[in-house]
Design a binder for this molecule. Structure first.
Ligand SMILES: Cc1ncc(COP(=O)(O)O)c(C=O)c1O
Length: 443
């Protein structure tokens, strides 16, 4: 697509050219490349509170928040203080620390898990939890849902959301047929399909893994039918067949509320994965669950899992500080900010006549640029009906007004506690022009 050059991006453009020479696509994670919206990614020089500052000196209200981790905003002084203190005591020991125990305890305090193991990324958490589920049950098959993204774990890259959806990559070369042969991909919120899969393969299914509330195909809340939520249905069905229910709260955990999506629907999984917010902007993640399952991990059990930098003291310090600062007031403020923004975006798009659907799970929300007549997005198939051209026009208009949205129509919008009136006013003021741009692009 052709995108008008944005003034004031000369240094980012030069950096991007240099980056492309030394790194595939110039980025270290695909969605950062702006491929689906076009144009040059902004190279970030620093960030503070609700703002990113790019190389060219532009101040941008950040609605990506590092794809979720920056719940308190950038460079929160208490988090930076904790990190600096930790760094002065040494950056990695490869031996246990009290802070790791404290971080595990903070997670157990908020989430329905009895034990956790710390790892370095959400991908590592989901990869490890699958191995554990298969090791414990002695079964091979896994159910996942189309459009759910659980990191770039080979077995879970079948019909994944996030960058895989953004770049319209149908499957991923390098993942062998054998690797995904045991992955059953079903439509999200499709209870009949789940029932059929268990009827057909019940005694071979080790686990059902789902995003607790998907955020990687846009935000899709679990459906409620006859008072039973989709997560409760999955947990019940899995247990009936001796399979495990794994809830991936890498994105939702500690973000949509103090206890993540579990705090919203109360469904107790057998195993869970965490990441993003719990690392406070550093590489830290975790998986956890019932103690009798976690006890199968080495060194007590026989399922092997390990990591040189797992429980790294700096990441642990950042995560601990972040979780301790994430008070109920923070979540209350995020809920209010999210409700206000959702209303403002809806009003602007309605005024410009742009068909859309806005969905949320707690404060996490996204805007679907779906065709007129679509009133809800329950699954990935519906999400793919969106107009990427309308979103690209909307995105670039917002960027020109100093607002940094996710550079893909399939991603959630992330807020922080640092988004104050000044930041919100900038967003609200930018909306009418962006909605008009989206209207011309779709019309
Ligand atoms: C729900 C979910 N699970 C797992 C991951 C993978 O985490 P990471 O990027 O830290 O490997 C992500 C990343 O966006 C995610 O959103």
């Amino acid at each position: 697509m052709t995108v008008r050059p944005i003034p004031g991006t000369v240094l980012s453009e030069a950096a991007f050219e240099r980056a492309k020479g030394v790194t595939p696509g110039g980025v270290n994670s695909p969605v950062r490349a702006f491929r689906s919206v076009g144009g040059t990614p902004r190279f970030i020089a620093r960030a503070e509170g609700a703002y990113l500052y790019d190389l060219d000196g532009n101040e941008l209200v950040d609605l990506v928040c590092s794809w979720g981790p920056m719940l308190l905003g950038h460079a929160h002084p208490d988090v930076i203080g904790a990190v600096a203190d930790a760094a002065r005591r040494g950056t990695s020991y490869g031996a246990p620390t009290v802070a790791e125990v404290d971080l595990a305890a903070e997670i157990i305090d908020r989430m329905p898990v009895e034990q956790v193991r710390l790892v370095n990324s959400g991908t590592e958490a989901t990869m490890s939890v699958l191995r554990l589920a298969r090791g414990v049950t002695g079964r091979n098959k896994i159910i996942k849902f189309a459009g759910c993204y659980h990191g770039h774990v080979d077995a879970l890259l079948a019909a994944a959301g996030s960058g895989v959806a953004t770049l319209s990559i149908p499957g991923t070369p390098g993942v062998t047929d054998a690797t995904i042969a045991d992955t059953l991909v079903l439509g999200y919120n499709d209870r009949a399909a789940v029932g059929k899969a268990f009827t057909d393969f019940g005694d071979q299914i080790a686990a059902v893994i789902t995003e607790a509330a998907p955020g990687n195909m846009g935000v899709i809340p679990p459906s409620i039918e006859d008072g039973v939520g989709f997560n409760a249905f999955l947990a019940g069905t899995a247990r009936e067949h001796g399979a495990l229910f794994i809830s991936d709260e890498v994105m939702t955990g500690f973000r949509v509320g103090r206890s993540g999506q579990f705090g919203l629907d109360g469904v107790r999984p057998d195993l869970m994965t965490f990441g993003k917010v719990m690392g406070g902007g550093f590489p830290a993640a975790a998986f956890g669950g019932r103690a009798d399952l976690m006890q199968h991990l080495a060194p007590v059990g026989s399922v092997y899992q390990a990591g040189t930098l797992s429980g790294n003291p700096i990441a642990t310090a950042a995560g601990l500080a972040t979780l301790r600062l994430a008070t109920p007031q923070v979540y209350q403020q995020l809920n209010q900010t999210s409700a206000l923004l959702r209303a403002e975006v809806r009003a602007a798009l309605d005024a410009a006549g742009v068909p859309h659907v806005i969905q949320n799970a707690g404060n996490l929300f996204s805007v679907f640029f779906v065709p007129d007549g679509v009133t809800a997005v329950p699954d990935y198939a519906t999400a793919t009906q969106q107009s990427t051209a309308a979103y690209a026009a909307f995105f670039h208009s917002m960027l020109r007004s100093g607002v940094y949205l996710p550079p893909s129509v399939y991603e959630a919008w992330f807020l922080s506690a640092a988004h104050d009136d000044r930041a919100l006013n900038r967003i609200v003021d930018a909306l009418p022009a962006a909605a008009a741009a989206a209207a011309s692009a779709s019309g």
